[in-house]
Design a protein. Structure first.
Length: 442
């Protein structure tokens, strides 16, 4: 309803005044467009409450200006027109941050892992200038080995400049491959005001620790290697397991390069451990992303972790050890190990070759004090089993490297001497390595 006051600004009384309200705005429907004001004395006003009525369309553009025209007549030759504007407000929805909450139903590491249940929370903002109608969020699975038991969330009305969270329970299949991903589309609808967000979440960790003793597990570029390619190194100071990557043997003014191209599915972190032993400030290990130097190290640098955020899309990642024109100090080399890749297109990953490790499992898991590590070999292999923390650090050696015969084997895993938390059990053979997440509860 619209109250309206008319003023007679003349020096003569106005009689039999009838007024109409009109607009050309397509979002406005006037339901009561006429009002009789009767007589208005000179230099006087007349106010009528609820003089006119109009409806605004259910879905409009926020902050648009609707122009109205008031036309008054006196039944004779007198006609007067006045224009005025009313600002129309509306909600503007935007789906933004996605988080994984697996504290209550999973292992608490903030990501999807095989066999666990998580809660995916999605924030919806109202960037408009009006409260929204009651909103409903819907989460649909595009691809991936997960299920969504209930894919709707009643969010309710969202205040202007406010936000609301839509929550969904997601179950990850126990057979989901670590390093694979699940793709989702989130839609929110509040009486016709909508927003959409498509996103991907990786399942588990994609780890390159060179324990296959080759560069074949992932699509490493072995063509563009600088003067000498990197090699797999299995003696001296290894970060974890039995192998690390080491820069090739080079001399003055030469380089050794390790390169991989990846299709990152959603913004995520790439981390790795590095070690350098070189002529300080002259010979360098340089880390590149898409041709730009992100960081560099020189001199004696012991094993330490680096982590960098990569945006979604194609990226070329490169580690380069380079020498200047003279002098060689220390080991004259750089080392890289335990690379955790961001969620990336799993089709880029090459299949493992000569895989004699056919089965690897831990049961029960989670467990409090005792569990069983079970694995099967199709031929005799050297086997090493260790427990790693979330940073890839060894916290316990379950089976020092030794010859294990073909067949199925079980090894007792005791958690009595390990604090409760999330760990990774890594088995390494001559031809392969696998990692399983372990949850210890007290």
């Amino acid at each position: 309803n619209l109250d309206m006051t008319l003023k007679n600004v003349g020096n003569i009384n106005a009689t039999n005044i009838n007024t109409t309200l009109s607009t050309t705005n397509s979002n406005i429907t006037i339901t009561d467009n006429t009002e009789t004001y009767g007589n208005i004395n000179a230099n006087s006003i007349s106010t009528i409450n609820n003089a006119f009525s109009f409806n605004v369309a259910s879905v409009i553009t926020d902050q648009q200006s609707a122009q109205f025209t008031v036309t008054s007549t006196d039944g004779g030759s007198g006609t007067w027109q006045t224009n005025f504007n009313i600002l129309l407000n509306a909600p503007v929805l935007q789906a933004t941050t996605v988080t994984v909450d697996d504290v209550a139903l999973g292992n608490g590491n903030g990501r999807l892992d095989p066999g666990e249940s998580v809660t995916i929370n999605i924030i919806t903002l109202n960037n408009g200038h009006a409260i929204s109608p009651s909103a409903i969020g819907t989460l649909n699975l595009n691809s991936g080995m997960v299920t969504i038991p209930g894919n709707t969330s009643n969010i309710g009305a969202i205040n202007a400049s406010g936000n609301a969270i839509a929550s969904f329970t997601v179950n990850v299949d126990a057979g989901a491959t670590p390093g694979s991903y699940a793709s989702f589309t989130y839609n929110v609808n509040a009486g016709g005001y909508t927003a959409t967000k498509t996103f991907s979440l990786n399942v588990g960790l994609i780890v390159e620790d060179f324990e296959t003793n080759t560069f074949t597990q992932y699509p490493w570029d072995m063509t563009h290697t600088g003067t000498t390619p990197w090699i797999i190194y299995n003696s001296g100071s290894i970060y974890e397991g039995n192998y690390s990557a080491r820069s090739g043997i080079i001399t003055d003014n030469e380089t050794s390069e390790l390169t991989i191209q990846m299709d990152v599915l959603s913004s995520d972190t790439l981390s790795f451990y590095k070690k350098v032993s070189s002529e300080n400030t002259y010979d360098w290990l340089k880390f590149y992303v898409d041709g730009a130097v992100i960081n560099q190290w020189s001199g004696e640098v012991d094993w330490s972790r680096e982590a960098y955020l990569l945006a979604s899309g194609l990226h070329t990642i490169k580690w380069v050890y380079s020498k200047d024109y003279s002098v060689a100090n220390g080991l004259d080399a750089a080392f890289v190990d335990f690379i955790i890749f961001p969620s990336m297109n799993i089709t880029q990953v090459k299949p493992e070759v000569n895989n004699n490790l056919q089965y690897f499992n831990i049961y029960p898991n989670p467990f409090k004090s005792e569990s069983l590590i079970m694995f099967n070999l199709t031929s005799s292999e050297n086997v090493n089993i260790t427990i790693l923390n979330a940073l890839g650090e060894t916290v316990k050696v379950i089976l020092p490297t030794q010859k294990v015969l073909e067949g199925t084997h079980q090894i007792q895993l005791s958690g009595n001497d390990i604090s409760s938390g999330i760990y990774f059990c890594k088995i390494t053979t001559n031809s392969n390595s696998k990692i399983l997440k372990v949850i210890i509860t007290k």
